[in-house]
Design a protein around this ligand. Structure first.
Ligand code: BES
Ligand code: MN
Ligand code: MN
Length: 457
């Protein structure tokens, strides 16, 4: 089997890259309505690619937002079915001036593909389309496969949630396979076994009904920007614990053994600091860096604005101040409950001199996936074959909101077999994805299918 896989990849890798570049050239930014036609065009391109790879019943399923591309190859109803999930939408590319190459003009430099979405998630999603093509052309597809590729992951997957609830029969499968996460390093493979949930809110603080002269009024009225900063500062104590009452009530507490097991994953604090140009790290007292970014919840301001931010100085007290705040959640916290606790607390600490408003955005539930299942074993063995090393199970700090819903609505576990690196700069300027990782993914996926089919017998 390995000879056929390697030969097929060797012969076709130039085309695999060229086809991915075509997708990367379309700016499928789901957050920005300006790109509406491009997002829709990307769904159409994926439809065409799935058909070309050999999928049947390929359709563009419209939703209240961007479409979901579905396709399948059912070879035998008695065989197991793998449902592949991925997303074709990408994050906005700004700030544009920090990109060395255009975000939608992919180039390869030093073995890396530079483009928005190269890793998250067009590159990783497309590995599955090409691995499927490989299995079709080499007559090695060992079980049934369904594809569900969405266009709203980066904006919360709300419409996919509705689609999943309404299409349980269509989506019937034995496992969900996703490449939208990462590995520790190219010589240290890992499989993600946990994702954090998310509660995302926007806050507005209003002081006076109009902007004021900061000399005539300064000192005598509440400045909403100052107040907002004070309120945000009150959300953490000097140990960096979050102070919202009840925030930690449901947080899963790991045993000393579990934490010790986690601590075995290779990690260098010096390299971590160096990679980010940090002279020191920062976080909740009593936890390691890897615990802080995976098994512990967070509260972070993602954006804050108000008043005058143009050239020079304007002496003004703004009428309003705003912030966007995200809280990453861990098992067994609930996104709705945390949003409510946040709103209550934010309102309770607001001084009488201002009015506040909290608007919830999308949320998502945390998830832990099993590392003892047949599907996990299939992924672990596949990576061991192609990397020459057994992958380490790790919990990630990122979120993929639909994964918890796959479990709650379809009763299906997901295998998070991603191939990205933390240094790929997803969501940042100069996002990139290693050609090595792209081809390694295409090589590993057929082994997953084979192992899963064999172990399911
Ligand atoms: N693929 C990422 C999530 C991810 C990346 C998980 C690396 C683990 C490792 C996904 O596209 C993403 O960015 N999700 C958003 C969630 C959202 C916008 C609701 C996130 O985590 O911020
Ligand atoms: Mn993603
Ligand atoms: Mn993303």
């Amino acid at each position: 089997m390995s000879k056929a896989i390697n030969e097929y990849i060797e012969t076709n890798k130039g085309r695999f890259l060229e086809e991915l570049f075509e997708l990367l050239r379309i700016p499928s930014v789901s957050a920005d309505p300006q790109y509406k036609n491009d997002v829709i065009r990307t769904a159409e391109a994926i439809r065409v690619n799935l058909i070309a790879a050999g999928a049947d019943n390929v359709e563009i399923c419209s939703t209240a937002g961007y479409p979901i591309v579905y396709g399948e190859k059912m070879i035998d109803p008695k065989l197991p079915t793998v449902l592949v999930y991925g997303h074709y939408d990408v994050q906005p590319a700004d700030p544009l001036e920090l990109w060395v190459f255009g975000p939608f003009e992919p180039v390869i430099k030093d073995g890396k593909i530079y483009a928005r979405g190269a890793c998250d998630d067009k590159g990783q999603m497309y590995m599955h389309v090409k691995a499927f093509e490989l299995m079709m052309r080499t007559n090695t597809l060992p079980c049934n496969v369904k594809f569900m590729i969405e266009g709203e992951e980066e904006v919360g997957s709300t419409n996919l949630g509705i689609f999943v609830k309404a299409n349980k029969e269509k989506l019937k499968a034995d496992v969900i396979l996703i490449s939208d996460t990462g590995i520790i390093a190219n010589d240290i493979p890992s499989i993600t076994v946990g994702l954090r949930g998310l509660s995302y809110v926007e806050v507005e603080v209003t002081g006076p009904s109009r902007d004021l002269h900061s000399g005539l009024y300064g000192g005598a009225v509440a400045n909403p920007i100052n107040i907002l900063c004070e309120m945000i500062a009150k959300m953490k104590d000097d140990k960096n614990h979050i102070t919202i009452p009840g925030f930690y009530d449901d947080v899963e507490i790991l045993s000393a053994e579990e934490r010790a097991e986690m601590g075995k994953a290779p990690f260098s604090l010096d390299e971590y600091k160096k990679a980010l140009s940090l002279s020191d790290i920062h976080g909740e007292e009593g936890y390691t860096t890897n615990e802080r970014n995976s098994i512990r919840p967070t509260l972070d301001v993602n954006g804050i604005w108000g008043g005058y931010t143009g050239e020079g100085a304007k002496t003004v007290i703004a009428s309003k101040a705003y912030a966007k705040i995200s809280m990453r959640l861990v098992p067994h916290q609930s996104s709705d409950k945390i949003t409510k606790l946040f709103s209550d607390y934010f309102e309770s600490i607001a001084p009488k001199s201002v009015k506040v408003k909290v608007t919830p955005h999308h949320g998502g539930e945390p998830v832990v996936t099993p590392s003892t299942s047949v599907a996990y074993k299939a992924a672990s063995m596949a990576m061991e074959t192609t990397f020459g090393k057994k992958p380490v199970p790790v919990r990630s700090g990122g979120s993929i909101p639909i994964v918890a819903m796959f479990k709650s609505e379809l009763g299906l576990d997901s295998v998070l077999m991603g191939f990205g690196l933390d240094s790929d700069a997803i969501h940042s300027p100069n996002e990139h994805y290693g050609v090595f990782n792209y081809l390694k993914g295409i090589e590993t996926i057929p082994y997953f299918f084979k192992n899963f089919a064999d172990l399911s017998k």
